[in-house]
Ligand binder design. Structure first.
Ligand code: NOJ
Length: 800
């Protein structure tokens, strides 16, 4: 934390200097006033246009842009009303991270964690591109061109997609929303977020970057008013260095990539609510990172009117009651300067202009019915060109972690299939009026659960698995309802039909009888959702099922649908368990992808975007959420005192050998790494220790100066084509070896290709708390290139 020496003389106290940092821990310093949008970088034109439009608005019209209006016209998660007299069509805000939520005729893409497991930047951009196309297409039924909007039609929306989850970052293993994010590593998360944004911008869709910031647990994420005083939301307490080097890092990448919206989070940050925190919004976001777009609340995350406006909030969702008339009154009586409202409106409209949504954006809304049960016009948003991307996304999110020559399957005559996660979901119910609930494997927050109690630290937890069928993602607002779900058993049946395989199955018995088989496949899962944290990271019911099959079948292959870390030590060393696959959250093509991989029609290329430890105890305090306790029963505290040492950094620092390390994953082929060269660029020669460039969105622009390049070659030394996600780690000045580069290559047998990974000024710097800048630390730095965090193939040094 910043070393603070506070002189009390000025306050009339006796001469006493407080130098103890600890007394400031968990406190958020005030940063005022809220910076205005300045139109830097790519924003110049949209800023000018937005200013011109804002100049024509009345006070009430400006205010109307800042809060969610209620409507039964559509099923948008949030709705900003139109200003017909000026041709502003309104604003429709829609979830989710893996496709368009709450509507029909859309696709369900591989969810965040699977994208992380793919380590594939190009595929991630394509996924963003096609997902964004669906948001756009939902309004394309009457393709009115520019100027053809009927002024009276207030159902013309612009679209904003709640796409990019880089918080939570997976600080705690049981985090309920870890599956929505890409990885537990900020570098991997940051680049995949940037790639997703790139894909969205190709289709003119605004991305919402969320949840800003330190939103690492679901437990106590919101205040709880049943007591007096009420229980406030948990406070994520973090020091300035950890904030920058870990949690802010992926947000910075995504802002650099141009995200025009950011969502402030539910919980408190250093004891100040996320949507009224002047340090994070005015300070980090709008000053240090030069954010030009607008800040929207998470739903009902606003707990103050004047305070949140002054702290940098620009839009509240839905209508909290704090703004609207109250905001205009506060402006009229001088409590809030009108320039703050002008800035909110300018930021919102500049985002709209930036993405070109003022120019012939198709008439949307008709594809977003208020209730799916009501008659409505059908708008099929699914582009056939997206099919290979959906499939490939599912394939590359699978990670093979054990393979004793069991895979690929070689013409099996008899296969037995077990486990509740193999068949399609039993229930296909169109849920509540807003269509947010059930459909096939796309489940909401209440799947039928296998209930089994387990005692950890004297607390009884209910373990959750989705026992009624396969899952393709987690639950809550991050879940979508695709047209179909390919379950593993559907796909196996199709394959059996083609090959004339004899299939046996039992998806119900927890200890099934196993026929004599060439291979036994066991499909299990873990359930995870917004709204609560996972009770455990493995469950006895599933582990016993696996063991029971393994006792009877010497070729038992386990496939796990895991929306988060899932421990496997109860069975991973069993000699009859010949292969283990983490299938993650593959989206609608789940089963087809798994079967293509099992049979070798596709090659495994996914790698773990997190670490799998051997024991629950390996996590120490980072297993589950912090709970209200002691003096803080009404003000729960979560101290991020481990600093940057989460996931692989933490295990390494504590000398804990994981079961499967970060970045690990097997293939059906092998790769050889060679010819490492580490070279400085010209910019490195005379680089000052601090950046000096101007701030544009993303921060000081010279933080992205490339100071060194790491080059090497990779050869496919096996017999089949495969993709390798090569990884670069360096000994960072922060005292941890960290990921600072990766690239995925596709290579045919005997083919060699070269990789060149840039190291930027930020990559080689640490956050200097006193200077409040990134500081380039000169010296000799260890450079490690390899197939995972532990599997280092080439090693060198960089003298900077
Ligand atoms: C609450 C969730 O935290 C957020 O991610 C989502 O975008 C909003 N609800 C809107 O559905």
């Amino acid at each position: 934390m910043k070393s603070i020496a506070l002189s009390l003389c000025a306050l009339g106290a006796s001469a006493k200097v407080i130098t103890d940092d600890s007394i400031f821990y968990g406190q958020s310093p005030p940063v005022y006033p809220s910076p205005n949008i300045t139109g830097t970088g790519d924003w110049a034109e949209s800023y000018t246009k937005a200013q011109a439009l804002v100049a024509q608005l009345t006070l009430e019209e400006k205010s109307n842009l800042t809060f969610g209006a209620s409507t039964t016209d559509n099923g948008c998660a949030g709705w900003i009303q139109a200003i017909p007299r000026l041709g502003f069509p309104g604003l429709c805000l829609v979830d989710a991270g893996n496709g368009v939520r709450t509507t029909d005729l859309v696709n369900g893409y591989a969810a965040g964690l699977s994208v992380g497991a793919s380590w594939n930047r190009e595929l991630t951009t394509q996924r963003g591109h096609y997902m964004a196309g669906e948001f756009r297409a939902k309004g394309a039924n009457v393709a009115l061109g520019p100027g053809e909007y009927p002024q009276s039609d207030t159902r013309l929306y612009i679209y904003l997609h709640f796409t990019i989850v880089v918080g939570p970052l997976g600080r705690i293993a049981r985090g309920g929303r870890n599956w929505e994010g890409f990885s537990h590593d900020p570098y991997l998360s940051g680049l995949l977020a940037a790639d997703t944004i790139k894909g969205h911008h190709q289709r003119g869709i605004i991305t919402s970057l969320k949840h800003f910031i330190l939103n690492e647990q679901e437990t106590n994420r919101n205040p709880f008013a049943n007591t007096t005083p009420q229980v406030e939301a948990v406070s994520s307490n973090v020091d300035d260095k950890t904030m920058h080097e870990l949690y802010l890092w992926p947000f910075q990448d995504a802002l650099k990539a141009g995200s025009a919206n950011i969502m402030c989070s539910y919980q408190r940050i250093n004891n100040s609510y996320g949507c009224a925190n002047s340090k994070t919004l005015n300070g980090l976001l709008k000053t240090e990172l030069g954010f030009q777009g607008f800040v929207v609340t998470d739903w009902r995350a606003q707990h103050s009117g004047v305070a949140s406006a002054l702290a940098g909030l620009d839009m509240t969702m839905p209508d909290s009651g704090y703004w609207g008339k109250n905001l205009t009154t506060a402006i009229q009586n001088g409590t809030i300067p009108e320039s703050r409202l002008d800035d909110m409106a300018t930021r919102i409209l500049a985002a709209w202009y930036l993405l070109g949504q003022d120019e012939g954006f198709p008439k949307p809304g008709v594809g977003m019915p208020y209730a799916i049960t009501e008659p409505h016009t059908r708008v099929d948003a699914r582009d056939p060109a997206a099919r290979p991307i959906l499939f490939q996304g599912a394939v590359e999110g699978h990670v093979l972690v054990k393979n004793n020559r069991a895979l690929p399957l070689r013409d099996p005559q008899v296969i037995s299939v077990f486990g509740y996660s193999a068949p399609g979901y039993k229930q296909s119910v169109v849920g509540d009026g807003t269509y947010s609930a059930w459909k096939l494997g796309a489940q909401s927050t209440n799947p039928e659960q296998q209930v089994a109690s387990k005692v950890y630290n004297s607390t009884v937890f209910i373990e959750t698995i989705a026992i009624n069928g396969t899952i393709i993602m987690g639950g809550g607002s991050g879940a979508t309802t695709p047209g179909y779900v390919s379950s593993p058993f559907d796909a196996l049946n199709q394959r059996a039909m083609k090959d004339n395989t004899d299939l046996f199955w039992d998806f119900v018995d927890p200890a099934p009888q196993v026929p004599a088989s060439d291979a036994c496949l066991v499909f299990i899962n873990a359930w995870s959702s917004e709204g609560y944290d996972r009770p455990a990271v493995y469950d006895d019911y599933s582990d016993n099922l696996v063991l029971s099959v393994a006792e009877q079948c010497n070729n038992t292959i386990v496939v796990i649908h895991n929306p988060g870390v899932r421990l496997v030590d109860n069975f991973s060393d069993h000699p009859n368990i010949t292969a283990i696959v983490y299938a993650h959250t593959p989206g609608q093509d789940s089963g087809a992808a798994t079967v293509a991989l099992l049979y070798g029609d596709e090659n495994f290329s996914g790698k773990l975007p997190y670490t799998v430890p051997k024991n629950v105890s390996d996590y120490g305090p980072l297993l589950g959420p912090d709970l209200p306790e002691g003096d803080y029963l009404n003000y729960p505290q979560s101290d991020f005192s481990e600093g940057i040492f989460i996931d692989y950094r933490g295990f390494e620092a504590r000398n804990i050998t994981p079961r499967y390390e970060f970045g690990y994953g097997l293939s059906y082929t092998t790769f050889e790494y060679d010819s490492l060269s580490v070279g400085k660029t010209k910019k490195a020669e005379d680089a000052d220790i601090y950046p000096s460039g101007p701030i544009e969105q993303g921060g000081q622009i010279d933080l992205w100066d490339v100071l060194a390049n790491v080059e090497f070659t990779i050869k496919n030394t096996g017999k089949i084509t495969g993709k390798e996600a090569a990884q670069l780690y360096i000994d960072t000045p922060s005292g941890a070896r960290q990921l600072r580069g990766f690239e995925k290559l596709s290579l045919k047998p005997d083919e060699t290709d070269s990789v060149k990974l840039p190291l930027t000024r930020r990559d080689l710097s640490e956050w200097d708390v006193a200077a409040q800048r990134w500081k380039l630390v000169k010296g000799s730095i260890g450079v490690y290139v390899g197939a995972s965090f532990k599997d280092v193939r080439l090693q060198g040094t960089l003298d900077i």
